[in-house]
Design a protein around this ligand. Sequence first.
Ligand code: Q9C
Ligand code: ZN
Length: 342
Amino acid sequence: MQTFYTDDHRLHHGRCELIDGQLKPCFEMPQRAYHILDRVKERKLGEVLEPADFGRAPIERIHTKAYLDFFEGAWARWEKQGKDGDLMPFTWPARTLREILPQDNLHAQLGYYSFDGGAPITAGTWHACYCSAQVALSGWDEVRNGARTAFALCRPPGHHAAADLMGGYCFLNNAAIACQAALDQGAERIAVLDVDYHHGNGTQSIFYDRADVLFCSIHGDPNFEFPYFLGYADETGAGAGEGFNLNLPLASGSPWAVYGAALETACKRISAYSPDLVVVSLGVDTFEQDPISQFKLKSEDYLRMGEHIAALGCPTLFVMEGGYAVAEIGINAVNVLEGFEG
Ligand code: Q9C
Ligand code: ZN
């Protein structure tokens, strides 16, 4: 299969995140994508291609124009204030406060457009995220042109980003942007299979009231895991989307035996939906050695994961999401793709 990739992701390089009361180097770092690319080449998965540029229009089909304008312009405003540290939010319109968008203040607007402090904006963040979305769109274009599958090596990841919210290392929802492009170009039903360790709250929220995208996610139970406030089993969709959202939260410490059973459940639901396209939000932070996660998958389990996905028999776009055991991220991600190819 072909891989879509651009080095421009390196322009997003946050310095630190707050974890356990300490500032630590960001887990979501450029080396993640370099390791995956190295493994794609080493295993001769297929050609590696630069993304095409489809412009801002397909991104605006998912994200609000106000959010995109804010995000695109935020760094220049910060720089104008003479600042050069990462731009990070620290006040949010939580209960008792008003959900208003203050007209001028950068930090107030940043709080309005984010749900956590885990998505720092640096000088190149907008450009890197724009390119990451183009990588996903290019992967879809490859499948649209008849390929059985493609790998969008996106970085930064996207599945926590909602229509007008950044958070959880995510700014633009690459998988959702690719889904909407596919729908706009003739697909009728798309299944998103989100195998990242964390619940894909952004993707769920974007498609929650719609029947044309079935969202299925297997993840650490939000009772104990980020993003805490979404991802429970009783979230089944709303309105026309009722029945088209499937959350399969799993306990801390879950091994492949448990994970594989949940994957079977998700795949059965997806088969019953008979989608034109499957978009896999491919996070490999389910790995036993992941530094911020609590599942126990082993490298060989990712081959099985790919085989299960292939058994759906649908055109499939893989969109890279999380995975923070940097040394093994390439092995695990490419194992899914090799398992898929059989
Ligand atoms: N800083 C993805 O895997 N972690 N995002 C919060 C305290 C947030 C993960 C821990 C994890 C976000 C794409
Ligand atoms: Zn994750």
